[in-house]
Design a binder for this molecule. Structure first.
Ligand code: ADP
Ligand code: RBF
Ligand code: MG
Length: 183
């Protein structure tokens, strides 16, 4: 099956800090991007939910410094700063990898601001805040849901990852991996 319009949607963005829960609560890190880059991408506005596609990380990255304050509202991401270290990203720099992306308000956590976050199906040796991230969004998996427990959320994300890998192995999707966008 090839991607169906409006896909493929290409997004050229960079990695920012999020809520800091992906790795700590779920064991599933997600590289957050500015939600405005998702909104500007051509995907129908307001279409929150879970998407699949390919991602490529490149450039240099830094360390995320969080600036928590007593006035912080838990439903909004804390203030952060990326201190660049100018290190290349190894060993996945420039490699096109499968991804799943979650866009919206995370009903399980009740966020008051939308987020756009990408879990790349790859074991990275380091974090890569501030790096360039190129995304080819190739389809929609499901709307965001609420869950009874963290374990139920994790199980659903594992199913999303399995589906993404399955879809991307099909010829029509696989072609995008070698597209000009990722060169
Ligand atoms: P945050 O809330 O700041 O996004 P996370 O716990 O979600 O925190 O961790 C995300 C960071 O982990 C990403 O910004 C990225 O630098 C790093 N990371 C490591 N492995 C991955 C991966 N497989 N997919 C996405 N991000 C990853
Ligand atoms: N959060 C939800 O509240 N509901 C969801 O249905 C949901 N699905 C997700 C699917 C994927 C593939 C990923 C990567 C994340 C999803 N999340 C969902 C977001 C999750 O709550 C978030 O990654 C953590 O809160 C860390 O920011
Ligand atoms: Mg994240």
């Amino acid at each position: 099956m090839p991607p169906v319009l409006p896909y493929p949607v290409f997004i050229d963005s960079h990695v920012i800090g999020g809520f800091g829960r992906g790795s700590s609560d779920l064991g599933i890190p997600t590289a957050n991007i500015p939600p405005s880059d998702f909104l500007a991408s051509g995907i129908p506005k307001g279409q929150t939910g879970i998407y699949f596609g390919f991602a490529k990380i490149s450039g240099t990255y830094g360390t995320l410094v969080r600036h928590p304050s007593p006035e912080d509202d838990a439903s909004k991401p804390p203030s952060t700063e990326i201190v660049q270290t100018e290190k290349p990203i190894l060993p996945a720099d420039g490699v096109v990898l499968p991804m799943v992306m979650s866009v919206g308000w995370n009903p399980f956590y009740g966020n008051s601001e939308p987020s756009a976050e990408v879990h790349i199906v790859h074991k990275f040796v380091d974090q890569f805040y501030g790096a360039d991230i190129k995304l080819a969004v190739l389809g929609y998996i499901r709307p965001e849901k609420n869950f009874e427990s963290v374990d139920a959320l994790i199980e659903e994300i594992m199913t999303d990852i399995r589906k993404s890998k399955e879809y991307l192995a099909e010829d029509g999707f696989k072609l995008i991996e070698s597209s000009e966008f990722f060169k």
